[in-house]
Design a protein around this ligand. Structure first.
Ligand code: BGP
Length: 463
């Protein structure tokens, strides 16, 4: 007998500032590492994106029609602090005030991600997360957000997918500063981000007693390539590095032993300041938000460069070889972009996180990137997206029946936006945006078949 979804379950939709807003340099916004980063060959930049900055009222009206209970968006750090610190840009505060007011006027709960890959370029120029000063800049930014929006925003996410930023190396703006030992530098950056998160969580509880705050990593169940003990050990090691290094620190304020050993073996352990562990252990999240796209499979290391291979777009690109090898899972189907599809793994992942930490969970990303086609009637029959979401929501319901406390599901993405790696043709939204890679066209919004499917699901609060 399946348990039904809680009556106050937060059915949401997700976006991030740099992928949806556009207006990349308007109203005083400063450049971020995304704006200054090089764009993947053959894909659009993020300068206009879906023009949500100018069209947010129309978009929120559509979210309300969809019946969203919540909207997970991110605040662009450089709209608030164009250089990442020092001067506040009032027009940036104004934009997010208007966005939040519009959501509340439409009965939609704002879920605000404080930092979603878009580090201020001015901070990157000063060493980015390798520079401990960036921790203080983030603390000032956090305080400013809580003071400006804390009266209306009750759910805060600290850093989107910090673990992916580290595992993907400098793919998302975390540039190496220490070229001699890039892996140590990467995990020093990670340590600083952990400190920034801890300070934000403690400050949130101090300033906003009724608000809730948590981390938002990408968490995946990790499967062994076979039942050969060495493969099982490799999967266990990779899961510690990919998943638990982050969540053990976010929740318990300590480094996961297996992950720490992995770093020690490679002389990549971060330098820890005198009061760092006290700051880290005194910060407690109220919930765990996480993003899930698929499980991953690893096997025993071959001990050479063949270890670091890509399994679709979710690559395993850790700096050093020797601990595991990414392999494909022949039991799983893949999407058009080579990402494996594993709904059952989603349930396993939810169980793993809940059994480990016992905190309420919310899924803040889960979805299918696809080349949508507009037919002659202007309809987008994205049955493939409905199928993906249905299969994954079934697993959320099974996890809830297992006893996992899940209080929300916010798929990627509420509306079509620009993929981090594959431009605008890789679409995720319930709402279509009329533009091409290099032709902005009308940017008109239209509802896909999945819009009506999700609308019914939310109205019934059941599949
Ligand atoms: C997650 C990011 C999102 C989004 C998503 C889809 O890692 O948090 O910002 O990018 O991946 O991936 P992509 O855009 O590469 O298709």
């Amino acid at each position: 007998q399946l348990k039904s979804f809680p009556s106050d379950f937060l059915w949401g939709g997700s976006t991030s500032a740099y992928q949806v807003e556009g207006a990349w340099n308007e109203d005083g916004k400063g450049p971020s590492v995304i704006d200054m980063g090089n764009v993947v060959e053959g894909t659009t930049d993020f300068k206009v994106a879906s023009d949500h900055y100018h069209r947010y009222k129309e978009d929120i009206a559509l979210f309300a029609e969809l019946g969203l209970k919540a909207y997970r968006f991110s605040i662009a750090w450089t709209r608030i602090f164009p250089t990442g610190e020092d001067q506040i840009n009032q027009k940036g505060i104004e934009f997010y005030n208007n966005l939040i007011d519009e959501l509340i006027a439409n009965g939609i709960e704002p879920i605000a991600t404080m930092y979603h890959f878009d580090l201020p370029y001015a901070l990157q120029e000063k060493g980015g997360w390798s520079n401990r000063q960036t921790v203080e800049a983030f603390a000032l930014y956090s305080k400013t957000l809580f003071e400006a929006f804390g009266d209306r925003v009750k759910y805060w996410l600290t850093i989107n997918e910090q673990n992916m930023m580290i595992l993907h190396g400098d793919a998302l703006g975390t540039k190496h500063v220490d070229a001699d030992n890039p892996m140590k530098d990467l995990y020093q950056q990670n340590h600083h981000m952990m400190l920034a998160q801890a300070k934000a969580m403690s400050l949130c509880h101090q300033l906003l007693p009724s608000a809730k705050i948590g981390p938002a990593p990408n968490i995946s169940a990790i499967y062994p390539a076979s039942c050969k003990p060495e493969d099982v050990l490799a999967a266990n090691t990779f899961s510690a590095i990919r998943n638990w290094l982050y969540l053990d620190m976010a929740v318990h304020g300590h480094y996961n032993a297996t992950a720490w050993r992995f770093l020690e073996e490679r002389h990549a352990t971060p330098t820890i300041g005198a009061d760092d562990m006290q700051i880290l252990s005194s910060a407690k999240p109220d919930f765990i938000a996480f993003n899930y796209y698929n499980s991953q499979t690893v096997g025993e290391s071959s001990g050479d460069a063949s270890d670091v291979n890509s399994t679709g777009d979710q690559q395993i690109t850790i700096g050093e070889v020797g601990a595991y090898k990414g392999v494909e899972n022949e039991n799983l189907l893949k999407n058009e972009f080579g990402w494996e599809i594993d709904p059952v793994g989603f349930r396993t992942t939810m169980r793993d996180i809940y059994e480990r930490y016992g905190l309420p969970l919310i899924i803040t990303e889960n979805g299918l990137g696809a080349f949508d086609k507009v037919d002659e009637n202007g309809d987008i029959n994205d049955d493939y997206r409905i199928e993906y979401l249905k299969q994954h929501i079934e697993q959320v319901q099974l996890a809830i029946t297992d006893g996992v406390e899940v209080f929300g599901y916010s798929p990627w993405s509420a509306i079509d936006l620009i993929s981090t790696h594959q431009g605008c043709s890789k679409r995720y939204g319930f709402i279509h945006v009329d533009r091409d890679e290099f032709d902005l066209k009308s940017l008109k919004r239209s509802k896909k078949k999945s819009f009506y499917w999700y609308q019914t699901l939310i109205a019934n609060n059941s599949l």
